[in-house]
Design a protein around this ligand. Structure first.
Ligand code: AP5
Length: 281
């Protein structure tokens, strides 16, 4: 069975790596962003994506984890990588945020509890996150690969991922570790604006929307994320150091770590990422 059109629009590759974008290609990427919301809905509700596991678009399928402190730019790079190379983008934070918009009566007790952790800037318990990823394991079988953004975030989550992948007969190609000084990270988080509908990410200085506070993709009013409050940012950075930073060593020991300096513009960081991926062959 072929993937449905709107899923293909987001998950299939559009342009060759590094190719200059024509207006038409830019338009396709914007369309892909608009189609992200129904795709996210499918994740949230854990409905089948009806993809054909053996299907191929002829492009190299990368199976990647994006690692790095909150605000380093993982979501921004995931957006660029997904639109241009086609992997299925699974962002655990996006799934939790989308759950906030649901009727509270429809939320499971575990999901309600997860949202409270998130509001405080703490990590959601491993069991809840792993169950959520397990339910969506079909993303991992996507023919043009996958990008895990915000998962794993602890060593037990990384071990669970190894088990899930091994059960699927799959392996990671690399773990992209985005690195940036903490002052830059705080500046990025403090100026971030996000679209609650299509999840596009903007910044009041470095990635301004065309119209102040309005999403370029879908015209929705942009919002400041609940966990971008200064007190939650502090907690998130501490939690990162304590729980997530050990994953750098975990993946280095497995020979999977690719460190990417993330201080340039989004396009510059994307080009560095691409150069690192090319070395994988
Ligand atoms: P999650 O949504 O994953 O948040 P995060 O890891 O804190 O990462 P962010 O989304 O804040 O930042 P980002 O690196 O994606 O940066 P972005 O591209 O937006 O998780 C949120 C919460 O959910 C967690 O705190 C936790 O409670 C829970 N959770 C999720 N997964 C979990 C798990 N596995 N286990 C347990 N709990 C979990 O960029 C930031 C800003 O900078 C933007 O404004 C952007 O426009 C700008 N920017 C980006 N790149 C550049 C650049 N190169 N130059 C200039 N500006 C840039």
């Amino acid at each position: 069975m072929a993937p449905e059109k709107n899923q293909l629009a987001y998950c299939a590759g559009f342009v060759e790596p590094c190719a200059a974008l024509s207006t038409k290609q830019e338009e396709q990427i914007m369309n892909a962003q608009r189609d992200k919301a129904p795709w996210l809905k499918a994740w949230l509700e854990a409905t089948e994506l009806k993809l054909e596991p053996g299907a191929s678009t002829g492009q190299r399928a990368y199976r990647l984890v994006l690692l790095g402190a909150p605000g380093v730019g993982k979501g921004t790079q995931a957006e660029l990588l997904s639109a241009r190379l086609g992997p299925c983008h699974l962002a655990t934070g996006d799934i939790f945020r989308a759950a906030k918009a649901l009727d509270p009566a429809k939320l499971s007790p575990a999901l309600k509890e997860a949202l409270e952790y998130m509001h405080r800037g703490e990590l959601v318990p491993d069991d809840t996150v792993v169950a959520l990823v397990r339910e969506r394991a079909h993303c991992l079988r996507w023919p043009t690969g996958f990008l895990l953004d915000g998962f794993p975030r602890t060593v037990p989550q990384a071990e669970a991922l190894e088990q899930i992948l091994s059960a699927e007969g799959l392996a990671l190609d690399a773990v992209l570790n985005f690195e940036s000084p903490v002052e830059l990270i705080v500046a990025r988080l403090s100026g971030r604006r996000t679209c609650p509908k299509c999840k596009a990410v903007f910044h009041i200085q470095t990635r301004k929307p065309k119209v102040d506070n309005v999403c370029d993709n879908c015209g929705t009013q942009l919002v400041i994320r609940d966990d971008d409050r200064p007190e939650a940012i502090r907690v998130r950075l501490d939690v990162y150091q304590k729980s997530t930073a050990p994953l750098v060593e975990f993946y280095r020991q497995r020979g999977l770590l690719l460190s990417i300096p993330a201080e340039g513009t989004p396009e510059e960081v994307y080009q560095l990422t691409l150069a690192a991926l090319r070395k994988l062959g």
